[in-house]
Design a protein around this ligand. Structure first.
Ligand code: SF4
Ligand code: SF4
Length: 129
């Protein structure tokens, strides 16, 4: 690594120390048509947003606390660096839809047929906007 590269790395390290590492958590495919909303109750910064049949996390608001991940009964929430290869598009999708959808801060009933959709794969085409 050249001198400039090393300086950039060190600079990035101190920025992360000072401002916090801006990694986010992401809602992935398995939430679609499920929407149990257990996750929203534990989020300390209320950064979940709700669409007709899916929830998303605002990546600029998430403080990377990891509280929501174990609450999801269908394991639909991932840390950014653990997002499966086939769900990489959900990072941009969470960011886009969090700007468009309303904030949700309280748990509500899951969709009536949620159980039927648990663990069904590749549900992206069923996402309603
Ligand atoms: S608990 Fe899981 S499935 Fe339910 S809304 Fe949250 S992310 Fe979606
Ligand atoms: S990781 Fe923490 S801040 Fe981010 S969405 Fe989950 S509960 Fe909210």
């Amino acid at each position: 690594m050249g001198q400039i590269g090393a300086i950039e790395k060190i600079s990035q390290y101190y920025q992360n120390q000072r401002f916090g590492d801006n990694m986010t958590f992401i809602v992935g495919d398995n939430c679609i048509r499920c929407k149990h909303t257990d996750c929203v109750e534990v989020c300390p910064v209320d950064c979940f947003y709700e669409g007709p049949n899916f929830l998303v996390i605002h990546p600029d608001e998430c403080i990377d606390c990891a509280l929501c991940e174990p609450e999801c009964p269908v394991d639909a929430i991932y840390a950014e660096d653990e997002l499966p290869e086939d769900q990489q598009g959900f990072l941009a999708l969470n960011a886009e839809l969090a700007e468009a959808w309303p904030n949700i801060t309280e748990k509500k009933d899951a969709l009536p047929d949620a159980e039927q959709w648990t663990d069904k794969k590749q549900k992206l085409q069923l996402l309603e906007r």
